[in-house]
Design a binder for this molecule. Structure first.
Ligand SMILES: Cc1ncc(COP(=O)(O)O)c(C=O)c1O
Length: 348
């Protein structure tokens, strides 16, 4: 049986978290002389002389309305990359515990594991880019704390079979972290509605992709109240700055614009696939549920360099296991996609 008490690190269980001035006085006052801020202001039109809300209540409340998840089940990170790091720091003992990664997948899980001195056990996806459940079962031992699953997966673009993820959720006694950075582009349903069903579920999402706010650095983790409490205890007190909180809140009022973009990006993705498959040097294009496509080619290095020389940058993923020959191409605007296709017509 999964229990948070079995996976939380002892030092974190016993940690007295930092108590900020804003934690100690939460009411409204007319004179604030408790946080060593500059009471005179800041050299900007908009005043940033006060520390931001450590628990980002307004942003979470708005996200809660959009996502249908109570604020107490939401953690905000300085990008989802911070949420990934906080999960390691909360639940994995350095030099002792391990996590399971299923490459080819997003590279930060391994980097974060390495930074935190946690063994990353790799179980390759199958040739169809799906989970190797038997391999995962063999790799799990009593020190396995988390399994990271990216769906839709970066860099392959496909979604991971829901039944396989549910099998892991039902049987694994550690955390199943499902990274849904690209979920807005997917035909598949999010897992955030399953939080009440699975105590060991953590879903990551971000404002960096469909929401177009990569520069603000706002990532989300959705999980049980107990998991969120631990993550809040471990995070730096003011991890989302005031400007990001304000701008995120403003952006979250424009869901309709984001939905228009998603529709257009999906149309452009189909158009790119349709056009790219006619090139002799394109061997395969994997079905994508994301805002990028993985394209298997005869000459990845040659095409990559040819494009770079003409000012077009794609991602060479050809050195990665199971991605031999492949370039990852993000869907651009119609004009950018025109330029890409026109340039590729000149490639011999
Ligand atoms: C699967 C996946 N997760 C997380 C991230 C990082 O997101 P953030 O910008 O929220 O840190 C990326 C960025 O490329 C990603 O591909």
């Amino acid at each position: 049986m999964f229990s948070i008490n079995n996976i939380i690190r002892d030092n974190i269980k016993n940690l007295t978290p930092y108590s900020s001035a804003r934690d100690e006085f939460k009411g409204e006052a007319s004179v604030y002389l408790d946080a060593n801020e500059n009471a005179y202001g800041s050299p900007l039109d908009k005043q940033y002389n006060r520390y931001p809300d450590p628990l980002q209540y307004k942003v979470k409340k708005r996200l809660s309305e959009i996502k249908g998840v109570p604020p107490r089940n939401i953690f905000l990170g300085n990008g989802s990359d911070e949420a990934i790091d906080i999960l390691f720091r909360s639940f994995c003992n350095p030099g002792v515990d391990n996590v399971i990664l299923v490459p080819p997948t997003y590279g930060m899980y391994e980097v974060s594991a390495n930074i935190n001195d946690i063994e990353a056990r790799k179980v390759l996806l199958t040739d169809e880019y799906q989970l190797n459940l038997e391999g995962i079962a063999e790799a799990i031992d009593s020190h396995t704390k988390m399994i990271f699953i990216c769906s839709p997966n970066n860099p392959t673009g496909n979604s991971i079979n829901r039944d396989d993820i549910e099998t892991l959720l039902a049987n694994f006694n550690g955390l199943i972290v499902i990274d849904e950075a690209y979920i807005n582009f997917s035909r598949q349903k999010t897992f955030i509605q399953e939080l009440t069903e699975y105590a060991n579920l953590v879903v990551l999402q971000t404002l960096s992709k469909a929401w177009g706010l990569a520069g603000l650095r706002v990532g989300m983790a959705f999980a049980s109240e107990e998991i969120i409490e631990v993550m809040n205890k471990v995070k730096p007190p003011y991890n989302i700055n005031e400007a990001s909180q304000e701008l995120a809140l403003k952006a979250l009022d424009n869901v309709s614009l984001v939905n228009v973009w998603i529709k257009e990006i999906l149309e452009q993705r189909d158009r790119l696939v349709l056009n790219l498959k006619h090139f002799d040097f394109v061997l395969d294009i994997y079905p994508s549920d994301a805002n990028f496509i993985l394209v298997k080619t005869t000459d990845p290095k040659g095409i990559y360099n040819f494009l770079v020389e003409r000012g077009i940058i794609v991602r060479d993923r050809s050195k990665i296991d199971l991605c031999e020959g492949s370039l990852r191409i993000t869907v651009g605007t119609p004009d950018e996609n025109d330029v890409l296709l026109k340039t590729l017509r000149e490639f011999k």
